[in-house]
Design a protein around this ligand. Structure first.
Ligand SMILES: *Cc1c(COP(=O)(O)O)cnc(C)c1O
Length: 359
Protein backbone atom coordinates (compact mmCIF):
# COMPACT_ATOMS: atom_id res chain seq x y z
CA UNK A 1 0.00 0.00 0.00
CA UNK A 2 1.12 3.50 -0.73
CA UNK A 3 1.86 5.53 2.39
CA UNK A 4 -1.11 7.89 2.45
CA UNK A 5 -0.58 9.35 5.89
CA UNK A 6 0.34 13.01 5.62
CA UNK A 7 3.99 13.76 6.48
CA UNK A 8 2.91 16.40 9.05
CA UNK A 9 0.90 13.72 10.85
CA UNK A 10 3.76 11.23 10.72
CA UNK A 11 6.04 13.84 12.23
CA UNK A 12 3.76 14.28 15.26
CA UNK A 13 4.03 12.37 18.47
CA UNK A 14 0.64 11.19 19.72
CA UNK A 15 -0.81 13.02 22.72
CA UNK A 16 0.42 10.81 25.52
CA UNK A 17 -1.82 10.03 28.47
CA UNK A 18 0.05 7.91 31.03
CA UNK A 19 -1.62 4.87 32.59
CA UNK A 20 -2.48 6.15 36.05
CA UNK A 21 -3.97 3.07 37.67
CA UNK A 22 -2.69 2.62 41.21
CA UNK A 23 -1.25 6.13 41.47
CA UNK A 24 -2.20 9.12 43.59
CA UNK A 25 -3.32 11.04 40.56
CA UNK A 26 -2.32 14.70 40.66
CA UNK A 27 -1.46 15.13 36.99
CA UNK A 28 -4.62 15.95 35.02
CA UNK A 29 -6.51 18.77 36.78
CA UNK A 30 -9.35 16.49 37.76
CA UNK A 31 -11.66 17.24 40.67
CA UNK A 32 -10.86 14.45 43.17
CA UNK A 33 -14.34 14.22 44.69
CA UNK A 34 -17.32 12.05 43.90
CA UNK A 35 -20.96 12.78 44.82
CA UNK A 36 -22.85 11.90 47.99
CA UNK A 37 -24.56 8.49 47.68
CA UNK A 38 -28.13 9.86 47.72
CA UNK A 39 -27.28 12.11 44.77
CA UNK A 40 -25.75 9.17 42.90
CA UNK A 41 -28.95 7.18 43.48
CA UNK A 42 -31.13 9.98 42.10
CA UNK A 43 -28.86 10.31 39.08
CA UNK A 44 -29.02 6.56 38.37
CA UNK A 45 -32.78 6.69 38.56
CA UNK A 46 -32.80 9.45 35.97
CA UNK A 47 -30.50 7.52 33.65
CA UNK A 48 -32.79 4.51 33.97
CA UNK A 49 -35.41 6.42 32.00
CA UNK A 50 -33.07 7.44 29.19
CA UNK A 51 -34.12 6.27 25.71
CA UNK A 52 -30.92 4.65 24.52
CA UNK A 53 -32.69 3.38 21.41
CA UNK A 54 -33.37 6.93 20.21
CA UNK A 55 -30.98 9.53 18.89
CA UNK A 56 -30.47 12.32 21.40
CA UNK A 57 -31.76 15.87 20.83
CA UNK A 58 -29.26 17.01 18.17
CA UNK A 59 -29.11 20.56 19.50
CA UNK A 60 -29.39 19.63 23.20
CA UNK A 61 -31.77 22.54 23.78
CA UNK A 62 -32.57 21.81 27.43
CA UNK A 63 -28.94 21.38 28.38
CA UNK A 64 -27.95 24.59 26.60
CA UNK A 65 -30.65 26.53 28.44
CA UNK A 66 -29.44 25.13 31.74
CA UNK A 67 -25.83 26.01 30.94
CA UNK A 68 -26.83 29.54 29.99
CA UNK A 69 -28.57 30.21 33.29
CA UNK A 70 -26.56 28.13 35.75
CA UNK A 71 -23.14 29.01 34.37
CA UNK A 72 -23.78 32.73 34.00
CA UNK A 73 -23.70 33.26 30.27
CA UNK A 74 -25.52 36.28 28.81
CA UNK A 75 -29.02 35.42 27.61
CA UNK A 76 -28.48 36.86 24.15
CA UNK A 77 -25.37 34.83 23.31
CA UNK A 78 -25.50 31.71 21.17
CA UNK A 79 -24.09 28.43 22.56
CA UNK A 80 -22.47 25.43 20.88
CA UNK A 81 -21.69 22.23 22.77
CA UNK A 82 -18.79 19.93 22.08
CA UNK A 83 -17.50 16.52 23.10
CA UNK A 84 -15.13 18.25 25.49
CA UNK A 85 -13.77 21.67 24.64
CA UNK A 86 -11.10 19.87 22.62
CA UNK A 87 -13.81 19.15 20.07
CA UNK A 88 -14.79 22.83 20.05
CA UNK A 89 -11.21 23.84 19.26
CA UNK A 90 -11.37 21.41 16.34
CA UNK A 91 -14.76 22.73 15.25
CA UNK A 92 -13.66 26.37 15.30
CA UNK A 93 -10.57 25.59 13.28
CA UNK A 94 -12.45 23.41 10.77
CA UNK A 95 -14.83 26.29 10.13
CA UNK A 96 -12.00 28.69 9.26
CA UNK A 97 -9.36 26.26 7.95
CA UNK A 98 -7.14 26.96 4.98
CA UNK A 99 -3.42 26.84 4.23
CA UNK A 100 -3.17 30.61 4.61
CA UNK A 101 -5.27 30.83 7.80
CA UNK A 102 -2.91 31.41 10.71
CA UNK A 103 -3.73 30.07 14.17
CA UNK A 104 -2.06 31.98 16.99
CA UNK A 105 -1.60 31.47 20.70
CA UNK A 106 0.87 32.30 23.41
CA UNK A 107 3.49 29.85 24.62
CA UNK A 108 3.65 28.02 26.90
CA UNK A 109 -0.06 27.28 26.79
CA UNK A 110 -2.49 24.46 26.06
CA UNK A 111 -0.93 22.18 23.44
CA UNK A 112 -4.15 21.23 21.63
CA UNK A 113 -4.34 24.61 19.81
CA UNK A 114 -1.14 23.85 17.96
CA UNK A 115 -1.87 20.14 17.54
CA UNK A 116 -5.31 20.64 16.01
CA UNK A 117 -3.96 23.39 13.74
CA UNK A 118 -1.43 20.89 12.40
CA UNK A 119 -4.10 18.16 12.00
CA UNK A 120 -5.90 20.62 9.75
CA UNK A 121 -2.76 21.68 7.93
CA UNK A 122 -3.04 25.26 9.19
CA UNK A 123 0.02 27.39 10.00
CA UNK A 124 0.48 27.99 13.73
CA UNK A 125 2.33 30.86 15.38
CA UNK A 126 3.18 30.63 19.08
CA UNK A 127 4.09 33.95 20.68
CA UNK A 128 6.34 33.51 23.72
CA UNK A 129 5.06 34.89 27.01
CA UNK A 130 7.29 37.49 28.59
CA UNK A 131 9.58 36.11 31.25
CA UNK A 132 10.09 39.50 32.81
CA UNK A 133 9.96 38.99 36.58
CA UNK A 134 9.47 35.28 35.82
CA UNK A 135 5.72 35.93 35.55
CA UNK A 136 4.44 34.30 32.35
CA UNK A 137 2.56 37.44 31.32
CA UNK A 138 1.52 38.35 27.78
CA UNK A 139 4.19 40.41 26.02
CA UNK A 140 1.67 42.84 24.58
CA UNK A 141 4.02 44.67 22.26
CA UNK A 142 5.34 41.44 20.78
CA UNK A 143 1.84 40.01 20.53
CA UNK A 144 0.51 43.05 18.64
CA UNK A 145 3.56 42.90 16.33
CA UNK A 146 2.92 39.24 15.57
CA UNK A 147 -0.76 39.88 14.99
CA UNK A 148 0.14 42.62 12.56
CA UNK A 149 2.71 40.48 10.82
CA UNK A 150 0.68 37.25 10.50
CA UNK A 151 -2.94 38.51 10.40
CA UNK A 152 -4.21 35.42 12.26
CA UNK A 153 -7.68 34.00 11.66
CA UNK A 154 -7.98 32.68 15.22
CA UNK A 155 -6.20 33.56 18.46
CA UNK A 156 -6.54 31.25 21.47
CA UNK A 157 -5.94 32.66 24.95
CA UNK A 158 -6.30 30.32 27.91
CA UNK A 159 -7.60 32.38 30.85
CA UNK A 160 -6.38 31.20 33.40
CA UNK A 161 -3.50 29.78 31.41
CA UNK A 162 -2.51 26.12 31.45
CA UNK A 163 0.21 25.15 32.42
CA UNK A 164 1.20 28.37 34.19
CA UNK A 165 -2.01 28.84 36.23
CA UNK A 166 -2.26 32.64 36.01
CA UNK A 167 -4.87 35.00 34.62
CA UNK A 168 -3.23 37.29 32.07
CA UNK A 169 -3.49 41.05 32.47
CA UNK A 170 -7.03 42.06 31.54
CA UNK A 171 -5.98 45.29 29.78
CA UNK A 172 -3.60 43.25 27.59
CA UNK A 173 -6.31 40.76 26.62
CA UNK A 174 -8.75 43.62 25.99
CA UNK A 175 -6.19 45.33 23.79
CA UNK A 176 -5.70 42.15 21.75
CA UNK A 177 -9.47 41.79 21.35
CA UNK A 178 -9.91 45.34 20.14
CA UNK A 179 -6.90 45.48 17.82
CA UNK A 180 -7.44 42.39 15.69
CA UNK A 181 -10.13 41.14 13.39
CA UNK A 182 -9.19 37.58 14.27
CA UNK A 183 -11.69 35.41 16.12
CA UNK A 184 -10.38 35.53 19.69
CA UNK A 185 -11.20 32.45 21.75
CA UNK A 186 -10.88 33.00 25.48
CA UNK A 187 -10.50 29.47 26.84
CA UNK A 188 -11.90 29.52 30.37
CA UNK A 189 -11.39 25.83 31.18
CA UNK A 190 -10.57 26.85 34.79
CA UNK A 191 -13.25 29.50 35.19
CA UNK A 192 -14.69 27.76 38.27
CA UNK A 193 -11.46 28.42 40.17
CA UNK A 194 -10.92 32.00 38.99
CA UNK A 195 -12.82 35.15 39.86
CA UNK A 196 -12.75 36.57 36.35
CA UNK A 197 -14.47 35.77 33.07
CA UNK A 198 -14.90 37.32 29.66
CA UNK A 199 -18.55 36.20 29.46
CA UNK A 200 -19.76 39.70 30.34
CA UNK A 201 -17.78 41.18 27.43
CA UNK A 202 -19.45 39.06 24.76
CA UNK A 203 -21.72 41.89 23.68
CA UNK A 204 -18.81 44.30 23.53
CA UNK A 205 -16.61 42.31 21.11
CA UNK A 206 -18.17 40.64 18.09
CA UNK A 207 -14.96 38.62 17.50
CA UNK A 208 -15.00 37.11 21.01
CA UNK A 209 -15.82 33.49 21.78
CA UNK A 210 -15.81 32.32 25.41
CA UNK A 211 -15.07 28.61 25.60
CA UNK A 212 -15.35 26.46 28.71
CA UNK A 213 -15.59 22.87 29.83
CA UNK A 214 -17.24 21.01 32.70
CA UNK A 215 -14.15 18.76 32.90
CA UNK A 216 -12.15 20.67 35.47
CA UNK A 217 -15.18 21.48 37.66
CA UNK A 218 -15.82 17.82 38.39
CA UNK A 219 -17.32 16.17 35.30
CA UNK A 220 -14.30 15.19 33.20
CA UNK A 221 -15.78 11.77 32.44
CA UNK A 222 -18.83 13.23 30.69
CA UNK A 223 -16.82 15.04 27.98
CA UNK A 224 -18.73 18.26 27.62
CA UNK A 225 -17.44 21.62 26.49
CA UNK A 226 -19.43 24.71 25.55
CA UNK A 227 -18.75 28.01 23.89
CA UNK A 228 -20.67 31.24 23.69
CA UNK A 229 -20.45 33.96 21.08
CA UNK A 230 -22.42 36.04 18.65
CA UNK A 231 -25.25 34.32 16.81
CA UNK A 232 -23.93 35.28 13.38
CA UNK A 233 -20.56 33.63 14.06
CA UNK A 234 -21.76 30.56 15.94
CA UNK A 235 -24.56 29.77 13.51
CA UNK A 236 -21.90 29.31 10.84
CA UNK A 237 -19.68 27.22 13.07
CA UNK A 238 -22.58 25.01 14.06
CA UNK A 239 -22.77 23.78 10.47
CA UNK A 240 -19.47 21.96 10.99
CA UNK A 241 -20.64 20.16 14.13
CA UNK A 242 -21.57 16.50 13.72
CA UNK A 243 -25.34 16.16 14.35
CA UNK A 244 -25.43 14.09 17.54
CA UNK A 245 -22.09 14.98 19.09
CA UNK A 246 -23.45 15.12 22.66
CA UNK A 247 -24.82 11.74 23.66
CA UNK A 248 -27.96 11.27 25.73
CA UNK A 249 -26.11 10.17 28.89
CA UNK A 250 -23.95 13.28 28.83
CA UNK A 251 -26.95 15.52 28.17
CA UNK A 252 -28.98 14.08 31.04
CA UNK A 253 -26.07 13.82 33.46
CA UNK A 254 -24.83 17.36 32.92
CA UNK A 255 -28.35 18.76 33.29
CA UNK A 256 -28.70 16.78 36.50
CA UNK A 257 -25.32 17.97 37.80
CA UNK A 258 -26.20 21.59 37.06
CA UNK A 259 -29.49 21.22 38.92
CA UNK A 260 -27.39 20.18 41.92
CA UNK A 261 -24.63 22.63 41.23
CA UNK A 262 -24.22 23.53 44.90
CA UNK A 263 -22.46 20.17 45.38
CA UNK A 264 -19.93 21.07 42.69
CA UNK A 265 -19.61 24.59 44.05
CA UNK A 266 -18.74 23.26 47.50
CA UNK A 267 -16.10 20.99 45.99
CA UNK A 268 -14.67 23.92 44.01
CA UNK A 269 -14.53 26.04 47.16
CA UNK A 270 -12.73 23.25 49.00
CA UNK A 271 -10.21 22.88 46.16
CA UNK A 272 -9.55 26.64 46.16
CA UNK A 273 -8.91 26.61 49.91
CA UNK A 274 -6.67 23.57 49.63
CA UNK A 275 -4.78 25.22 46.76
CA UNK A 276 -3.87 28.11 49.06
CA UNK A 277 -2.80 25.73 51.82
CA UNK A 278 -0.69 23.67 49.45
CA UNK A 279 0.90 26.77 47.92
CA UNK A 280 1.76 28.11 51.37
CA UNK A 281 3.44 24.85 52.37
CA UNK A 282 5.34 24.61 49.09
CA UNK A 283 6.62 28.17 49.44
CA UNK A 284 8.36 27.21 52.66
CA UNK A 285 10.58 24.71 50.85
CA UNK A 286 14.02 26.05 49.90
CA UNK A 287 14.93 25.98 46.22
CA UNK A 288 11.31 25.81 45.02
CA UNK A 289 9.50 28.65 43.28
CA UNK A 290 5.71 28.53 43.51
CA UNK A 291 3.82 30.40 40.80
CA UNK A 292 0.50 32.07 41.65
CA UNK A 293 -2.53 30.08 40.50
CA UNK A 294 -6.14 30.92 39.67
CA UNK A 295 -6.74 27.32 38.63
CA UNK A 296 -6.85 23.92 40.36
CA UNK A 297 -3.14 23.23 39.89
CA UNK A 298 0.15 24.78 40.91
CA UNK A 299 3.23 25.31 38.76
CA UNK A 300 6.58 24.85 40.51
CA UNK A 301 10.15 25.46 39.47
CA UNK A 302 13.07 23.69 41.11
CA UNK A 303 16.34 25.56 41.51
CA UNK A 304 18.44 22.99 43.30
CA UNK A 305 17.13 19.77 41.78
CA UNK A 306 16.53 18.18 38.43
CA UNK A 307 12.80 18.04 37.68
CA UNK A 308 13.17 14.79 35.70
CA UNK A 309 14.72 13.05 38.67
CA UNK A 310 12.18 14.42 41.15
CA UNK A 311 9.28 13.49 38.86
CA UNK A 312 10.63 9.94 38.39
CA UNK A 313 11.19 9.50 42.10
CA UNK A 314 7.67 10.68 42.96
CA UNK A 315 6.30 8.29 40.38
CA UNK A 316 8.24 5.43 41.90
CA UNK A 317 6.59 6.36 45.16
CA UNK A 318 3.17 6.17 43.46
CA UNK A 319 2.53 9.87 43.05
CA UNK A 320 1.80 11.06 39.55
CA UNK A 321 2.24 14.76 38.75
CA UNK A 322 3.19 16.41 35.45
CA UNK A 323 6.76 17.00 34.37
CA UNK A 324 6.88 20.13 32.19
CA UNK A 325 10.62 20.48 32.12
CA UNK A 326 10.81 19.71 28.39
CA UNK A 327 7.48 21.23 27.32
CA UNK A 328 8.90 24.69 26.61
CA UNK A 329 12.26 26.42 27.04
CA UNK A 330 10.72 28.72 29.66
CA UNK A 331 9.53 25.75 31.73
CA UNK A 332 12.91 24.21 32.42
CA UNK A 333 12.84 22.32 35.72
CA UNK A 334 9.12 22.97 36.14
CA UNK A 335 6.55 20.56 37.56
CA UNK A 336 2.78 20.92 37.75
CA UNK A 337 0.73 19.45 40.55
CA UNK A 338 -3.06 19.25 40.53
CA UNK A 339 -4.78 20.09 43.81
CA UNK A 340 -6.30 16.85 45.13
CA UNK A 341 -8.03 15.93 48.36
CA UNK A 342 -6.45 17.36 51.50
CA UNK A 343 -4.91 13.99 52.41
CA UNK A 344 -3.50 13.54 48.88
CA UNK A 345 -1.95 17.00 49.00
CA UNK A 346 -0.39 16.25 52.39
CA UNK A 347 0.99 12.95 51.13
CA UNK A 348 2.40 14.66 48.04
CA UNK A 349 4.00 17.34 50.21
CA UNK A 350 5.70 14.94 52.57
CA UNK A 351 6.96 12.67 49.77
CA UNK A 352 8.08 15.72 47.75
CA UNK A 353 9.99 17.16 50.72
CA UNK A 354 11.69 13.90 51.61
CA UNK A 355 12.57 13.35 47.93
CA UNK A 356 14.22 16.78 47.70
CA UNK A 357 16.21 16.07 50.85
CA UNK A 358 17.35 12.70 49.57
CA UNK A 359 18.24 13.56 45.96
C1 LIG B 1 -8.21 20.76 30.04
C2 LIG B 1 -8.24 21.88 29.10
C3 LIG B 1 -9.07 21.88 27.98
C4 LIG B 1 -9.81 20.64 27.51
O1 LIG B 1 -10.90 20.34 28.20
P1 LIG B 1 -11.89 19.18 27.75
O2 LIG B 1 -13.21 19.81 27.81
O3 LIG B 1 -11.71 18.12 28.79
O4 LIG B 1 -11.55 18.72 26.37
C5 LIG B 1 -9.14 23.02 27.19
N1 LIG B 1 -8.39 24.08 27.46
C6 LIG B 1 -7.54 24.12 28.51
C7 LIG B 1 -6.72 25.34 28.74
C8 LIG B 1 -7.43 23.02 29.36
O5 LIG B 1 -6.54 23.04 30.36
Amino acid sequence: MKDWIRPEIKALTAYHVPDASGYIKLDAMENPYSWPQDLINKWLELLGDASLNRYPDPSAKQLKAKIQTRLDLPGDSEIILGNGSDELIQLILMAVSGKDRVVMSVEPSFVMYKMIASFLDMPYVGVPLSNKHDQFEIDLELMLDKINQHQPAVIFIAYPNNPTGNLFSEPSVDKILSSTDAIVVIDEAYFAFADKSYANKLSKYENLIVMRTVSKMGLAGLRLGYMAGSKSLLDEMDKVRLPYNINILTQLSTEFALEHKSVLDQQTEQIKQDREKLAKELKMIDGVKVYPSDANFILLRLFEHDADEVFASLKEQNILIKNLSHADASLKNCLRVTVGKAEENMLFLSVFKSTLTRL
